[in-house]
Design a binder for this molecule. Structure first.
Ligand code: ADP
Length: 277
């Protein structure tokens, strides 16, 4: 059971990074977010925000809390404190009268539907065809007609270069092909925010470029807000406009990619990048 505390910026001890532009509500905002697994405090009053249309890459050593942040945004994990807001709307709790109350599942789902995620291990429905995977949520969650969902799915399959596999079973596809279908499936929900969690880590090196190419094109042609966790520093550099360096659940440095990758100022970032670049 979470134990949210009213966010109070004046007493916040956590790290803070703002990638908001001066106009408008951030697409994503973490206010004093706490996440523990047993005694392991993974996020300790984390504050950061992502402006609409921003492409933000989270980097940092394994175990520093990057995936946990994405999983919290998908409500695959629940925070133990603080607030997460999507486009200004509290995600899990809201302050009513003088206390925090949990947001009912139905309203929570409406907010969650604005967020799409692509996972390292694709997570497609193995017993469905490619097309069925893509239309499942638009039909059953958004209530789209099957005809409209199929039409949109076909456009997306073309966009990710998978039209010829429309009726294939997902188990017949290579890793790279599955990941392209997973990207199409996430986009089929028309998300405002796309979360990408190490989407090329499970792929053979020669097909990583294909998947990155698809994502690069999405970044170029849409204004979807993206939050990425990746070890592909070149990709991070090309696609993102902000990079946040994490260590032990805290942001130790925030910069544009050029500065972060060529001239990082924090010693921890310098060490990390020396090891991975
Ligand atoms: P990163 O993505 O930076 O590698 P993670 O967010 O995956 O880091 O993990 C941060 C910490 O949280 C690690 O210490 C990890 O062991 C722990 N952790 C993550 N998920 C769980 C879980 N489901 N149960 C227990 N501990 C977890």
């Amino acid at each position: 059971m979470p134990d949210p505390v009213p966010p109070d910026p004046t007493t916040s001890r956590g790290s803070h990074a703002m990638t908001t532009t001066s106009n408008g509500t951030p697409a994503i905002e973490f206010r004093d977010v706490v996440k523990r697994f047993g005694d392991n405090v993974v996020l300790d009053k984390l504050n950061f925000s992502v402006a609409k249309g921003d492409r933000v890459t989270l980097i940092g050593p394994s175990g520093s809390g990057k995936t946990t942040i994405l999983r919290l945004l998908m409500t695959l994990e629940e925070a133990n404190g603080g607030l997460i807001l999507i486009d200004g709307d509290p995600y899990t709790h809201e302050y009513k009268g003088d206390r925090w109350v949990e947001i009912p599942e139905k309203r929570r789902r409406v907010v969650r539907n604005r967020v799409g995620m692509v996972f390292q291990q694709f997570n497609l429905f193995p017993n469905m065809s490619v097309l069925e995977n893509i239309i499942e949520a638009p039909v059953h969650v958004l209530g789209l007609s099957k005809k409209d969902a199929v039409e949109r799915a076909e456009q997306l399959l073309e966009q990710v270069g998978m039209s010829d596999k429309r009726d294939a079973r997902c188990t017949q596809l290579s890793g790279g092909q599955q990941q392209r279908v997973a990207i199409a499936r996430a986009l089929a929900m028309d998300p405002e925010i796309l979360l990408l969690d190490e989407v090329t880590s499970a792929l053979d090196p020669e097909i990583v470029a294909d998947v990155l190419g698809v994502l690069r094109e999405i970044a170029r042609t849409t204004d979807i807000t993206m939050l990425l966790v990746t070890h592909e520093m070149q990709f991070a550099r090309e696609v993102s406009n902000r990079v946040l360096m994490f260590d032990h659940g805290q942001i130790v440095e925030e910069a544009d990619p050029e500065t972060m990758f060529t001239n990082p100022s924090h010693e921890r970032t310098q060490e990390f990048l020396k090891a991975v670049l």
